[in-house]
Design a protein around this ligand. Sequence first.
Ligand code: ADP
Length: 501
Amino acid sequence: MAAEEARYILAIDQGTTSTRALLFDKSGSPMRVRQRELTQHFPQDGWVEHDAGEIWEATLAVCRGLLTGGTVAANIAAIGITNQRETTVLWDRASGEPLHHAIVWQDRRTAGICSGLKAEGKEPIVQEKTGLLLDPYFSGTKLAWLLDNVPGARPRAEAGELCFGTIDSWLIYKLTGGKRHVTDATNASRTMLFNIDRQDWDDEILGWFDIPRSVLPEVKDCCDDFGVTAADLFGAEIPIAGVAGDQQAATVGQACFEPGLMKSTYGTGCFALVNTGGKRVQSQNRLLGTVAYRIGGKTTYALEGSIFMAGAIVQWLRDEMGLIDTSEESEAMARDANPMSHVILVPAFTGLGAPYWEPEARAALFGMVRDTGAPEIVRAALESVSFQTRDLMDAMGEDMREAGLTAPKALRVDGGMVMNDWFVQNMTDILGRPVERPEVTETTALGAAYLAGMQVGFYGGTKDVADHWRCEKAFAPEMAEEERNARYGRWQGAVKRVIGG
Ligand code: ADP
């Protein structure tokens, strides 16, 4: 392939609800996008599955969809992959056939395994070695369930006949025609089987589940040689050169390359990550410690926290409460609300996440008066996301100061909800720190493109990528300190009442 012909990086963004492929040019602008929705399977209450075969076919279709209008494989310098994290696939090494539907990160079927291990006092070991908490979310117990419940799986795994992987591994295996069984350090760090200090699978934890090492993929850097696509797929071989789980890819797409740089993505839920540099911070606030990225053999760590309901609250206002017709209307409604309103919504519809971790808590509205109406409730719903972001940022700051690092001073945001200027300004006011919204909000796919592009020399190093990052709108705090403290104090009081603390 002649280097001058390679005008694009192809990013695959395999998400929970859809599979997308995007072409990025040298400037990091998305040039073309293809997308396919993904079928969700709910075989039992609390179970969520995807068909790994459907994911593969959709990936192939969206990638091929980009190779039109004169764009051919030779124009693609490399492929980058980003993916829904933790979702677990088990397949036959020889035939490439999955043994079972993929078990999706949201699936709670292994809650019993997790509470059993917790009762045995294993959670501190998990936290210490993997940075994670004992929760069905992560891949380890999902893989154990597959080995225990798919007939014949365990002896076949022991005989080296099976491959486990997160979605990145699965796609690379298929893209390379079954030649590579690999993953990257960020995806590995979400399995609960990977020791993030030693950067290797952890034999003690593998032992709890009788997981043979032969079933596990080789763990590579985020910028690395992940093999080449089988020539018959796209008409020529294309190197796969960059991989990261979705939230880590967004961290790269937001160019959070220095300790203290923090990004937060507001989709259905919200995921916030702060770069802690080469230092692994042990959280005292039940935040997750994870790999932000690993480049050139050097691991950069992050602290991560999530908000279960972010955009989902806006959907609730629209679909269950009927207070708005479209998500966009929430902005005008919040602006119309009485600014002196003291209404607080604690949106614990499915419990509260970090730093509270109260799965049994349930939502409540506080502070309503006779003239409270729809605008005040809409405002309280949006503001609850701001308050939870403040909770996360404060917890991260506390953990970082404890570790001798500087607390995050600003926040970079993306995701569907940040198109709402009222919300972002309110969050800025509640945080009392500047918030920046980038020009390219496709940060997840962009991060995958950057990782692949850095590996093949299409982009320079992280410094070049950081120079590419452009702010579309910078928000500065406008609220008086006293009001910020009063509002945040009311939120903390309301949370206490909800969790009975
Ligand atoms: P996901 O990737 O999780 O599907 P997106 O990043 O596409 O999510 O964001 C969609 C979410 O953002 C939806 O929950 C929607 O309600 C919310 N949303 C979209 N536009 C707005 C807006 N203007 N104001 C508030 N919320 C919005």
